[in-house]
Structure formats: structure tokens, C-alpha cells
Design a protein around this ligand. Structure first.
Ligand code: TA6
Length: 336
């Protein structure tokens, strides 16, 4: 008989082998396909349910916002403050929810390298942690209604084996009128650890050709659409009229995305990050990606909080580093 769900503890066995060890005629329910250990009761407004692909998903529905986060990749796929008529994060209709594949949209976490791995070109783009399971360490709803979700990686022997050196990741997501995402990397090894990282955030926009991005004037960027040529950002407002794929380096600046069509401005403040990435696949790259609809490119823009290229982080043994992005919504006229 399967374990009964207790009110305070949810323990699931991997479905690969029959959890109870006895022969089974029918496959275990989808939710049991994953190892999920919950150490704490889930507060009211936070549930662990079965999302797309049968994957464990944390759903948040509080007075302040709604949100969804998959344990696969600790991937936040939805956040919408109650005070706002539209989701803030963009998700592709064509996104996969398949083992070993990244989710397209929301906030993928890139670690321990950004983009292709120069030393191992066959390795997955943007690293490994968006491809595997994270452990849900706990969730709570604070007095002001902010939901806080905590996760850790590596979560099992498999991910520990693929982890670079002895490293531990902790991710804290705070969901309310604003969104805060804090990724902490701890170097548990006896040697220094160098890594790149990104919160690869996909924002929903009315039409990417009509939005403007401020905060990067004067910054130097690596133009990945032009062979990695380094250029200076001259215009105070970045507008999009073809594929931008730019790594802005050595900049701790706050970004502001102005979207007249949706009548909002999205502010992305950050700490512990010196790289900002601006990306939209435009027409050709959209068609080339099987998990991205051919006609979806006008509806999103990635503004990513990162440490990449010369901003890669080097941690001495037993040291940690936290990178935080804080997303808030403003009206067009500057009032919230
Ligand atoms: O962040 C921009 C970028 O590095 C682009 O070069 C583009 O490839 C994008 O990430 C998406 O990468 P993915 O591996 O998710 O298809």
C-alpha cells in the first residue's frame, strides 16, 4: 500500500523502482515520479500540486499575488500581483515539460556557466541546474502576505554527481506585490570555485518593438549577434528592431522596462550582479527553436540578472555569494 499523505510531512519515493519494493501491475501516480521531501507544513495559500508534464509544482494564491514554481529547475513560471491585470512573466505555449529539458519562459536559472561551455562545447547551454530537480526546503507566508519559497540543489545523488566540485545552491523566492529571487552559491570544496550564473527572466510585453529599456546608458556590451564584438551603449533608451543578444558587463544598474501597450513599467533592481543580459530571439531564431512558437517573439523580452564573462564569480573555499533580483511594477507615469 502506498504511504498515506500525512498533514505535516510529504514523502514520495522515486517511481523508477517500485517505492514499496513489491511488484506493481499499474505504474505509480505521476506525482510519485519525483523525489520530493517536504520538511515543513505548507501554509495556507501555498500548495504542492501536479503541474504540466505531471511535475511537482508549488502554486501560490495569496491576497497579494498568484505564482507557480516547478521543482524542475526551481523554475518560476508565473507571477502576477493581484493589483495587476496581467502576468509579469512570459511562458511559451510550446515549452517542454520533459525530463532533461529546460522550461521555455519564466525564470530559468543558469549555473555554473552562461551560454555554451567554452571548455566543454557538448555540455548543455546555460549549465545543468535548470535541467534537474531541486529540493523544496520550505515555504511560509509572512505577516504582510508575502509568500517565501526556499529550495536547494543538488537534491540527490544524481545531481550531486554532476555538480562542479562540492557546491551547494540555495534559492529563496519572495512573492507578493514585488518579486525577489535570491540565488546563493556556497563553495564547500577545499579549492576555489569560479562560476557564471543568471536569472534568465522572460518578461511579458505587449509588443517588443514598442518597449524601451533604461539603465544601461554608457555600459559596455558583448554583442553575441556580431561575433562577440564589444560596443558601448550610446542611447539612454534601448529599443528593439532586430534580435538583441547582449551581455552588458560591469554594471550593477537597475533596469526599467517601459511598456506603453500594457500601461506599465517593470523595474529590475539587483544585488551581487555585475552583468545584465538583453535578449529577444526575433523571427529567425524563434523559428529555429522547437520549444518556442514562431509567432511568439513580439510578446517577450529577456532582461537577465547575471554574472558572466569577466564578471564570473570566484569563491575561495567555504565562501558563499548571493545574487538577487527584485522585480516591481510601476505605472507609466512613475507612480506605482
Ligand atoms: O540569454 C540569451 C541567450 O544566451 C541567447 O543566446 C539565447 O540562446 C538564449 O539565451 C536562450 O538560450 P536557450 O539555451 O534557453 O535556448
Amino acid at each position: 500500500m502506498l504511504p498515506r499523505l500525512m498533514s505535516s510531512e510529504y514523502t514520495y519515493q522515486i517511481a523508477a523502482v517500485n517505492p514499496i519494493g513489491a511488484a506493481r501491475s499499474t505504474p505509480p501516480p505521476p506525482l510519485l515520479r519525483y523525489t520530493v521531501a517536504m520538511k515543513y507544513d505548507l501554509p495556507s495559500g501555498v500548495t504542492l500540486d501536479e503541474g504540466r508534464g505531471g511535475w511537482p509544482r508549488v502554486s501560490v494564491a495569496t491576497d497579494l499575488c498568484t505564482a507557480e514554481l516547478y521543482l524542475h529547475g526551481a523554475h518560476l513560471c508565473h507571477w502576477q500581483p493581484r493589483s495587476h491585470p496581467r502576468p509579469v512573466l512570459w511562458m511559451s505555449r510550446a515549452s517542454r515539460f520533459e525530463t532533461g529539458a529546460p522550461i521555455r519562459g519564466g525564470v530559468p536559472i543558469c549555473f555554473p556557466w552562461f551560454g555554451p561551455n567554452a571548455a566543454a562545447p557538448e555540455a548543455p547551454v546555460h549549465g545543468i541546474v535548470r535541467l534537474g530537480e531541486w529540493t523544496l526546503e520550505g515555504a511560509e507566508v509572512e505577516r504582510d502576505g508575502t509568500a517565501v519559497i526556499r529550495l536547494s540543489w543538488p537534491s540527490d545523488a544524481g545531481s550531486r554527481a554532476s555538480a562542479p566540485a562540492e557546491v551547494a545552491l540555495a534559492y529563496e523566492v519572495r512573492l507578493g506585490d514585488a518579486l525577489s529571487m535570491a540565488l546563493t552559491v556556497a563553495n564547500l570544496a577545499a579549492a576555489a570555485l569560479t562560476f557564471e550564473e543568471a536569472l534568465h527572466t522572460y518578461f511579458a510585453v505587449s509588443d517588443v518593438r514598442q518597449v524601451g529599456v533604461e539603465g544601461l546608458a554608457g555600459a559596455i556590451f558583448v554583442d553575441k549577434t556580431d561575433g562577440g564584438t564589444r560596443k558601448a551603449q550610446d542611447d539612454a533608451v534601448i529599443t528593439i528592431s532586430r534580435e538583441p543578444d547582449r551581455l552588458y558587463v560591469n554594471t550593477p544598474a537597475t533596469l526599467t522596462l517601459t511598456d506603453p501597450g500594457f500601461g506599465r513599467r517593470i523595474r529590475v533592481a539587483k544585488m551581487g550582479s555585475l552583468t545584465s543580459v538583453v535578449w529577444n530571439p526575433w523571427i529567425a531564431k524563434s523559428r529555429a527553436m522547437s520549444d518556442f512558437g514562431d509567432d511568439e517573439w513580439p510578446g517577450m523580452i529577456c532582461l537577465e540578472t547575471a554574472n558572466a564573462a569577466e564578471n564570473a564569480v570566484t569563491l575561495p573555499p567555504a565562501a558563499g555569494h548571493t545574487m538577487t533580483a527584485v522585480v516591481s511594477l510601476l505605472g507609466l507615469s512613475g507612480s506605482s
